[in-house]
Design a binder for this molecule. Structure first.
Ligand code: RNT
Ligand code: ZN
Length: 417
């Protein structure tokens, strides 16, 4: 019997696309999955809740409250996702025990993350890391590294330095490299009286943070356009970090798909950065009207970004794909699984497009033919290849995902009251 996949394979082959090679390529590209979808970005180290102009909305039961619950949920979700995965940790997920009791963020050490490393190592997950510069009493008027108050700045500089050192130690333990991404909410609710001073202090804080060189840490800064309660000005704008990264080798500008004006096309920015940087880290998310961090879907902005990653020269190696969404209104394991699958699905879809022919048509001004081919490719039997990829990776197909999420929920919910 001829399978759907075999028919699809032939149809793609007629366009010069090798579905076998595509599936093998995709399976080897890691997605860095954020740990914070599992607990609404609350972490383990503070009681105060979220701040910094970001918000997880919704009241779905069952959020993970401990290291054990979060890792169990993460494993359950990732068992439903094909491809290689990393886990992206925030410093607020430090594991405190009787032997390693609570310390404040500026005193964090590698030992507070050793349980994560042991767990990740056993499961083949890489680790990425982030200082946590929100949801903390030292967020003085939502200003941190750009604060006019030296004690506030120094606290967060110490925190970032500690996080870079921890990132290096994590990378050494895993014989790997770790992305250490700094995002700060710093900004103003109302009309700024001084923008320059804020940005000058941020530059100087970053210089202090990056003074030490680490061979296994990939440093990045994440720009943003505005946050809730910080509508008038964001200190770490894209121009700021782009200029900082361009003048500080080893520091990269991270693009979050939710951190630009809603009509900006973030996929369009990638080729520009690729020409000047050997790494481009991403936070793939789904902004709706604002940086709402909805679950990533197989939609046009993500597909377009995936096209750039799949077909810009060198991008497959240079782009570090991370996810950043947190929906507290639905089952969190389902959110993780569906969102991460959507990223994989978008990359598969992009790899199956006849990019070489389309480029050739553009370069020879055959624009009508290009339009016809790109429309043809959209309705080719992509679903059959996706299903085959999932099967080969030992994962459920789309229709099998929800029942598995529901069964896991039925098992764990009684333990989460
Ligand atoms: C906030 C940024 C940042 C955070 C996480 C928790 O707008 O996107 O990346 O979402 O670090
Ligand atoms: Zn982000």
């Amino acid at each position: 019997m001829t399978t759907m996949y075999e028919l699809a394979k032939e149809e793609y082959a007629a366009l010069g696309i090798d579905t076998e090679a595509v599936m093998a390529k995709l399976a080897g590209k890691p997605i860095s999955v954020h740990c914070w979808q599992g607990d609404d970005v609350l972490g383990f180290d503070q009681e105060g809740g979220l701040s910094g102009g970001i918000q997880a909305t919704g009241n779905y039961p069952g959020r993970a409250r401990t290291f054990e619950e979060l890792t169990t949920d993460f494993e359950a979700a990732m068992a439903l996702v094909p491809g290689a995965k990393r886990i992206n940790l925030h410093a607020s997920y430090a594991v405190f025990t009787d032997e390693n009791p609570w310390v404040d963020r500026d005193a964090l050490e590698y030992k507070h993350f050793e349980p994560w490393v042991a767990w990740a190592k056993a499961r083949g997950f890489g680790i990425d890391f982030n200082p946590t510069i929100f949801g903390h009493p030292m967020m003085n008027n939502e200003l941190s590294l750009s604060s006019p108050d030296a004690a506030t700045r120094d606290f967060w500089i110490r925190h970032c330095k500690a996080c870079r050192k921890i990132s290096q130690q994590i990378a050494e333990a895993l014989d790997d490299e770790t992305l250490c991404n700094i995002w700060i909410p710093d900004g103003l609710k109302d009309v700024p009286a001084d923008r320059y001073g804020l940005r000058e202090r941020l530059r100087d804080s970053l210089d202090a943070i990056y003074a030490e060189k680490y061979d296994r840490v990939i440093d990045s800064c994440e720009s943003k356009v505005f946050g809730i309660g910080l509508e008038s000005m964001t200190v770490g704008s894209n121009e700021f970090y782009l200029a900082y990264a361009a003048t500080h080798p080893g520091v990269y500008d991270l693009l979050d798909l939710g951190h630009f004006h809603p009509t900006e096309n973030v996929a369009d920015k990638l080729s520009a950065l690729l020409l000047f940087f050997d790494k481009v880290p991403l936070h793939v998310t789904r902004p709706i009207r604002w940086d709402s961090d909805h679950v990533v879907l197989f939609d046009d902005p993500v597909k377009e970004m995936a096209m750039e990653v799949a077909h810009c020269p060198g991008a497959w190696e240079k782009v570090i794909i991370g996810l950043d969404f947190f929906d507290a209104s639905i089952n969190r394991v389902g959110a993780w699984a569906i969102g991460t699958r959507a990223m994989e699905k978008s990359l598969l879809y992009a790899l199956l497009q006849p990019a070489a022919q389309l480029k050739e048509m553009q370069d020879t001004y055959r624009f009508t033919e290009k339009m016809a081919l790109s429309e043809q490719a959209k309705s080719m039997p992509f679903g059959a290849v996706w299903d085959e990829y999932c099967r080969r990776e030992g994962c459920p197909t789309d229709g099998e995902v929800y029942p598995l999420v529901a069964a896991y929920e039925a098992k764990i919910l009684p333990t989460r009251q």
